[in-house]
Design a binder for this molecule. Sequence first.
Ligand code: KG4
Ligand code: ZN
Length: 361
Amino acid sequence: MPNLILGIESSCDETAASVVCSGRGILSSVVASQIGTHRKYGGVVPELASREHLRAIVPAVREALERAGAGYGSLSAVAVTEGPGLVGSLLVGLTFAKAICAARGLPLIGVNHIEGHIHAVLIEASAAGTEIAFPALALVASGGHTHLFELPIEGRYRLMGKTRDDAAGEAYDKVAKLLGFGYPGGPLLDALAPHGDANAIRLPFSKMKGNALDFSFSGLKTAMLRWVESRGMEAEIAVRREMLRAARHPTTGEWLAATPAGTLNAIAAFQRVVIEELLRRLDRAAEESGAKAIIVSGGVACNQGLRRAAAGGRFRCPVYFPTPGLSTDNAAMIAAAAQGKFNRGEFADLTLKAKAGLTLA
Ligand code: KG4
Ligand code: ZN
């Protein structure tokens, strides 16, 4: 029997709702982005995020149901992100999901956001009739996490490595802010990187003591800071900060025109090091685990340079990325990740808590 699960996601700065049929058919996926609110601060401001979620959650859920042609009466369950994330943001989605379940007598399913990101790939593969082979590796790289898992079978996770400081997306966002660009930094630096010469500047790779599959981006970020300081770039950065202060959102072409070749070279070099840091861990983990498939997900999976580098015959097994709309935060991945729990009858009750530091393995 097909079932319909309403997914709700509010862990960071996107308020998202989606209706998914039997864990594989996305009937609707609505994402209300708060980027406009956080852009000028160079990152997500938690208090503002909670307030925006409160404003957006009711219309997002209503629109997801409408687009899916579904009413509350046709749902089988409500799935909601319980963590990890910003506690005030998580609470908004969680409270609304509980209210729907209480009012409509529907089962509630708590979903781990990181498992959701992995399911973004699984749902698309299943819709396309592609079998993902196990053991598989999953790299989840976003603004909040950089985690590498081994999946011996679907639904089992073993943590192989994680970042010891910044997440990959966070490094993009911080470097973008340092250079006077807005938030989020990843998409813009990715668009500018091909215009620079990555060989013009040498930036350091991380040296890990202990687990070689852990990640670190703080050394790279500091090297970028030193590079900026050594060049006296105040005037150039001030121009870009002014562009941000003007109310409208500059285009990539306008940013490009406001960025001299030296800075474009630094952006290209930064992007190359981040991509290599990610892919070298995947190389090594694939070797160690004999992985038959690699899944890359999370906002950083949108990165064009990363996609190109991963597709270049570097890996012996296939590498799967979600389409960009499913790479960044969305609720379809949450509804899809809930399907296994729905099948097993693993429901939460109304005491389900927001868990800011929830882990997957
Ligand atoms: O998955 P996501 O929407 O939210 C979190 O769970 O964090 O990821 C957002 C992050 C931001 O840090 C953003 O800069 C980064 O993903 N990102 C990118 C790209 N697109 C988004 N990073 C590098 N290249 C991109 N094209
Ligand atoms: Zn995420």
